[in-house]
Ligand binder design. Structure first.
Ligand code: RAM
Length: 952
């Protein structure tokens, strides 16, 4: 009897129908992805919780992992049963079951216990699948087909793409099949004529001498018993093609930075119902040929001669008499081979032309109405051998010509040679991409329509995470521009721009923008990948580079430009980006993984600073440009790069101190804390006048020869917007100096006609620093300004993305800087997004992983009367909105399950706040003046405020 009752009880606990609580785990992820292929031995699991109850939390959880669905459904997991585990952890839950094996499928589910300690129902089942833990398991050779000696006699050396194939006969009774595939250079893989997956630019850019990623695909449905054909097309890509501005700056090497011949390595694992396994891998039996893809390069574009299409090359029944044997290449034994940890590049959307106009010489200009990264899809008809030539541009000249000057040496031309079919011919480039809004079509014998050409938007497929809307059209457009710029530049790595001969993972741009990016998309997996690239590129002296990946010469210098090395404001990305991942996703694994590297960087700084505990004027003269890039592209007085380097030095110590605490590195923490205090004291002594005003000694810089060119006449200063904004934002100043610095910042804006003067490093902290020192009204003024230089100025001049310069284009004047360095798709100035989310909407983390949230919106004057923002955090969706209605302020807030929030309501007294529909909310007046505060658990809330104040 007792047993029956126990069983019944167990049944009640496990069954979804009889669950006592409605708390339910959803959106199960492993290593930040849904049902991924992985190759980490300790996968990290996460889930979100939903419940209709307010103030809901998880008090315990149970994870089950099984090798089959049946075992999991029966609750008899053979791999891991965590048992009921006390705690509220819902992410970064480390797998702790049996050792994982290669090519295994692992099914898992989880349930949670709620605040009353009642169990909720089980989640639906999720899974992960392991790749190949050991390189030898691939049983595959590196194969290639040397074509590099072709096409050498042109402006650009663009060899044709090799096509590789192999036939294989398989037995009946196939249960499942997996493809493991990688390449040095880019690949597209085909099985029986079908392209596998929908990803682009595989296997991504890494330091190919150290690390290479591979993809895994389920090809069970693509292969069959009997004859099959495996095929692949390769392109030089980042491995063997043109990279960056090497050509522009006259580097001895301009392409082929890692090798010259693109290579393929693939392994298809076929499992039969009878338990047998067969592996078909790349080896000497593969055959190769060139084909229709005559030129293929990321920066320079593609030429596709459809007349040379080899029909059926990746299908059975094909005559491959004139195909040649492939060459086998040696592996690099110490190169890591791992599963791609990021979100691969994929098509995000298909754009239809907004306008098509006839141009000179029978050409046509197509306007997609939006600047973006991607390719086009052509759908044309014509005479055999006719060439359709496509050029790309972000802007038009006033006379309607395509503006291509800012592409510099990126040829960015695609050519399609018509085969002359009776039907329409459809073509898209495969291994190149462009940054463009406009396309020029030449060679078409008829007026194109919107069916002739489509825009395919390509981006790393980071899941969307944020939304932002207001009743101010200019702000809405600005937000859209920020999102499009991120979309265009989060392209396997965080690039600076997508159009010209650059597209590098500039670390300064990345670090100022990471936090802004977090609010738009879930960039956890994307940054897992790039942080590895960044750490792989750390210099032996401990400095992180100015861009990553950074191809090197045998002497360890940048192969793109030998003087490229490290720079204050850029190199700190190694600390700042890791910290932002920890803040956003609570990821201490990242900290642990890169801690030794971070400490080496800190030692580098410590050594350089020596007994001064900061960087005095001219401290960075060994790099090029001297002092580094400073407040790059700032528009006013130039800030001393060394003063900035000192503030960053402090910031890195402080962030590392916090990270040391998070991983329990107590000794490091103490040291870092001490270090930070020393830097602060040294800074106050050296770079302030003792009363809180910043100063530098301009004499010491002399005529600034060798420093960033545009600073020559003006020299360097300490009393600048950028200096104060950074010092305030980074928490450098002693308490009594903060207000003074805030006033100096406001004073400098006043002196400058209430305009910003900041560059890449100054823009991000500018508005937050104003708000932190009681000048939110001024922050709003800058945000809303439409005068040069401002975000609004770009918007009113037609921007659909964020520009590299505030005046990249002016409607009545045209291109103020139609120089090589004038990108119309550059996210650095988009770092204002951080302020829009954290201050305008008021959503901010108060503990790592948004476990605790601060909701503290800053209410604007009459220029904005409504703001609504949401951020899908790792714990679920947070929402904050405010609206002015009949002199009252209505605030709507959503707090996810298992988190706590402190809301700071803009109200002068508790009496002026009404909580809608809830009487268990305790309101109290806050330490922060003119704010009433409430501590909230999960749920939806509405507050109504009478007599709210807008900032000065
Ligand atoms: C430019 C890049 C990048 C910047 C560097 C210093 O060429 O576009 O945005 O970080 O220079």
């Amino acid at each position: 009897m007792k047993r029956t009752i126990n069983m019944l009880f167990a049944f009640l606990l496990c069954s979804p129908v009889w669950a006592l609580s409605d708390i339910k785990p959803v959106y199960l992820r492993c290593n930040y992805k849904v049902n991924p292929f992985i190759d980490t031995k300790i996968p990290m699991l996460s889930w979100e919780l939903v419940s209709n109850q307010n103030n809901q939390v998880q008090t315990a959880y149970q994870v089950m992992v099984a090798s089959s669905l049946a075992l999991l459904n029966n609750e008899t997991p053979d791999i891991w049963n965590s048992g009921k585990t006390e705690g509220n952890q819902t992410n970064q839950v480390a797998y702790n079951g049996k050792p994982l094996f290669s090519a295994g499928i692992y099914y898992w589910k989880v349930r949670s216990w709620d605040k009353d300690r009642n169990a909720g129902p089980w989640s639906i089942v999720a899974s992960w699948e392991t790749g190949l833990f050991n390189k030898l398991e691939w049983k595959a050779d590196w194969i290639g087909f040397e074509l590099d000696s072709l096409n050498t006699n042109k402006d650009y050396h663009l060899p044709p793409a090799p096509y590789l194939r192999r036939e294989v006969r398989l037995k009946t009774g196939i249960k499942r099949a997996r493809l493991y595939v990688t390449s040095l250079g880019l690949n597209e893989f085909y099985v029986n004529g079908t392209r596998i997956g929908s990803d682009y630019f595989l296997p991504g850019w890494t330091d190919y001498n150290k690390r290479l990623y591979y993809q895994v695909y389920d090809v069970s449905k693509n292969i069959k018993a009997g004859d099959n054909v495996l095929g692949a097309v390769l392109s030089p890509g980042w491995y063997a093609g043109y990279v960056g501005y090497a050509l522009l700056v006259g580097s001895p090497q301009v392409r082929g930075f890692y090798g010259n011949t693109p290579l393929l390595r693939a392994s298809v694992w076929v499992e039969y119902h009878n338990g047998e396994r067969e592996i078909i891998a790349t080896d000497g039996s593969w055959k190769a040929s060139d084909g229709a893809l005559r030129e293929t390069d990321i920066l320079n574009g593609e030429t596709y001669d459809a007349r040379r299409e080899v029909k059926g090359w990746s299908q059975t029944g094909f005559n491959m008499l004139d195909w040649k044997p492939v060459t086998i290449y040696a592996d690099k034994a110490d190169r890591e081979l791992q599963v791609y940890p990021g979100n691969p590049v994929a098509i995000f959307d298909t754009l239809t032309a907004k306008k098509i106009t006839k141009a000179r010489n029978g050409r046509y200009i197509v306007d997609f109405g939006q600047n973006f990264s991607g390719i086009i899809r052509l759908n044309v008809k014509g005479k055999t051998g006719d060439s359709i030539i496509i050029r790309y541009g972000e802007m038009l000249h006033p006379d309607g010509r395509l503006m291509t000057e800012n592409l510099r040496r990126a040829r960015a031309i695609d050519t399609y040679i018509i085969k002359g079919d009776e039907n329409m011919e459809t073509w898209s480039p495969q291994f190149t991409y462009h940054g463009f809004q406009f396309v020029e079509i030449a060679g078409l014998k008829y007026q194109p329509t919107i069916e002739t050409i489509k825009g395919l938007v390509l981006t790393s497929s980071t899941p969307g995470a944020g939304t932002m809307e207001t009743d101010n059209a200019m702000i809405n457009q600005l937000y859209k521009n920020i999102v499009w710029t991120q979309r265009s530049n989060y392209f396997d790595i965080p690039t600076d721009c997508p159009q010209r001969d650059e597209r590098l993972g500039w670390t300064g741009d990345a670090q100022v923008y990471t936090r802004s990016a977090i609010y738009n998309n879930d960039i956890s997996a994307f940054f897992l990948k790039w942080l590895q690239d960044l750490n792989d590129a750390q210099f032996p002296n401990g400095a992180y580079p100015i861009y990553a990946p950074m191809p090197l010469t045998v002497n360890g210098l940048s192969a793109i430009r030998s003087t490229d090395s490290y720079s204050p404001g850029w190199m700190e990305a190694g600390i700042i980006c890791a910290y932002e991942m920890y803040q956003a996703y609570g990821d201490t694994g990242i900290i642990k993984k890169y801690w030794p590297g971070m400490k080496r960087f800190m030692s580098f700084l410590d050594q350089k600073a020596g007994g001064d505990h900061l960087f005095k004027e001219r401290a960075f003269e060994e790099i090029s440009p001297k002092g580094g890039f400073g407040d790059w592209l700032s528009v006013g007085k130039k800030t001393s790069p060394d003063l900035l380097a000192s503030i960053y030095y402090f910031y890195c110590s402080k962030l590392m101190e916090e990270m040391a605490a998070a991983i329990g590195a107590d000794k490091d923490k103490q040291q870092l804390q001490q270090n930070a205090q020393r830097i602060r004291a040294a800074f106050v002594k050296h770079y302030t006048d003792g009363a809180g005003n910043f100063k530098v000694n301009p004499e010491i810089y002399g005529d600034v020869t060798g420093y960033v060119e545009y600073s020559k006449e003006k020299g360097f200063h300490g009393h600048t917007q950028t200096a104060y904004a950074n010092a305030i934002y980074m928490g450098l100043l002693p308490a009594d100096f903060i207000k003074i610095a805030g006033n100096s910042l406001a004073g400098l804006l006043n002196e400058n006609d209430w305009k910003l003067a900041t560059g890449f490093l100054g823009v991000k902290p500018l508005l937050p620093a104003l708000s932190l020192t009681g000048h939110t009204g001024l922050a709003y003024h800058l945000l809303l300004s439409k005068e040069y230089p401002s975000w609004g100025f770009e918007v009113i001049n037609g921007a659909t993305t964020i520009w590299e310069r505030w005046n990249s284009y002016i409607k009545e004047k045209g291109f103020e800087n139609n120089a090589g360095m004038n990108s119309f798709n550059h996210y650095s100035f988009g770092s204002v997004n951080e302020w829009m989310f954290e201050y305008m909407a008021g959503i901010k983390p108060a503990a790592a992983g948004f476990k605790k949230i601060i909701i503290r919106p800053e209410i604007a004057d009459s220029s904005i009367n409504y703001v609504k923002a949401s951020y899908h955090s790792i714990n679920g969706k947070i929402e904050s909105s405010w609206k002015k209605v009949n002199g009252k302020l209505i605030m709507d807030i959503i707090i996810p399950v298992n988190t706590k929030a402190k809301v700071l309501i803009p109200a002068s007294s508790v009496g002026s706040v009404r909580v809608k529909g809830k009487n268990d909310i305790m309101l109290k007046s806050s330490d922060v003046s003119n704010r009433v505060e409430a501590d909230l658990g999960s749920g939806k809330y509405q507050f109504e405020v009478t007599g709210f104040a807008t900032p000065e």
